[in-house]
Design a protein around this ligand. Sequence first.
Ligand SMILES: Cc1ncc(COP(=O)(O)O)c(C=O)c1O
Length: 409
Amino acid sequence: MACVESQAFDFAGFLCPSCGGNLEITYDYAAIAKDVAAGFGFGDSRADLFRYAPLLPVKETDAPFPLRVGGTPLYSAPRLGELCGLRNLYLKDDTVNPSASTKDRAGAVALRRAIDIGANVVSVASTGNAGSSLACLSAALGLRAVVFVPEDAPTAKLTQALSFGATVYAVRGNYDDAFDLCLAASNEFGWLNRSTGYNPFTREGKKTCAYEIWESLGGRVPDRIVVPTGDGNLLSGIWKGWCDLRAVGLVDRVPKIDCAQSDSSAAICRTVRRIRDSGDSDPDWSTVVVDEVRASTAADSISVDRPRDGLAAVKSVIQSGGETATIPDEEILAAIPEMARTTGIFAEPAAAAPWAAVKQMVRDDKIDVDELVICIVSGSGLKDIANVRKTVGKPLLIDPTIDAIKNAR
Ligand SMILES: Cc1ncc(COP(=O)(O)O)c(C=O)c1O
C-alpha cells in the first residue's frame, strides 16, 4: 500500500521543552466561571461532548460533529455491587461511543483541533482502540488517518480501522515500538500526531467523562472513580475534569481517582507506591521518574511498558488521594462475565479491570461499602472476543430436537 502523502506542517511543540512531558492546556477559569454561572455550556441541549465547548480548546462552531461522541450513560449497578457488598456502585458505559471505546472522546477533540489548524493527515500509535477510533472519526470528517499498532493487536480493532479506510501499519514489536515509529514518521512526513501522552488535546477530550458523571449524578460528587490505566491519559483526564469543575465553582470537593492496572503492566501503580513509601506526598515533580516495566497482559489496551502520560497520572492519583490496584489477569478476565450477567454491559478485558480492582479494594478494606463508586467501562467486549471467550465456555452443540435439549449437559 502506498504511503499517505506528506503535509507541510510542523507539529513540534506538543511536548514540554524542559521535561519532555505532555503539555497541560490551561484556561481563563475566572472568565469561564462567569459564563458557566450564566448557564453557558452545561445543560446545553447538544447530546455530545461539545456541549462543554467553553472548557474545550476548540473554536466555537455551529457545525455539529458528524458522530455523537460522549453523552454516554451512567448506570446504577446494584446487583454487581452486591457481589462484594457495595451499596452505591455505578458504571460509566463508554462502550456506546461511535467506535465502541472511550478513545473517541480524545479523538473528537484532537480532530476538531486538527481541523481548526488546517491539518488533513492525522497519525496515531495505538494498542488498538485509539487507532480504530481515529479511523472512525476521520472517516466521518473526511480526514486521512494513519495508524501504528503492535502486530498482535486484537483482530476486531484492526478490522475496524481498516474498514474505516485508515492506513494501518502493524509494527513488528510492541506498543512502545509502534509509538516511537509513529513519532518519527509523523515528524518525517508532517502528520499531526494524535498519540496519547504526546498530543495535549487528548486529555481535554477525556476529561469530559468527569463532566458527564457530575451531570448524571445531578451535581453530586462521587467518592471515587476507578479508571483502567495504561498510558495514564484517561486517568489524568478524568482528574483534570474534576479540577476544572472545581475551578469554575461547580463543585467544592473532588473524588478520589483510583488507578486499576494489570499486575503485569503496573508502571503507574508501582510509581505511586514508591512515592508514598518514601513518605513524601508532594515531591518535586520535575525530578520524579515513572517506572518502566515489561508489560504482558491479556488486557491489551492497558499493556504498556513506558506510560506516555505516566507522570500526570501518578500526580493525579496522589493529589486526589486515590488508591492503586494491581490485578492478576485471571481476575480481570473473570470480571467480564460477572459484569455482563449482572448489568447487561459487555466489557473488553481492560474495561473490566476497574470492577476487578473494586473487589480487591473492598477485600483489602480500602473502600467503605457505603461509598459512591464509579467504574469506567472504557471499551466493548466485542473488541477482543478471543480473550473474552476464554471466560465463558462454549455453547451447547445439539441436534435440532427437543430431546437433544432435554439431554444436553
Ligand atoms: C478500553 C481502554 N481502556 C483503558 C485504556 C487506558 O487509557 P490510558 O492509556 O490513557 O491509560 C485504553 C487505552 O488504550 C483503552 O483502550
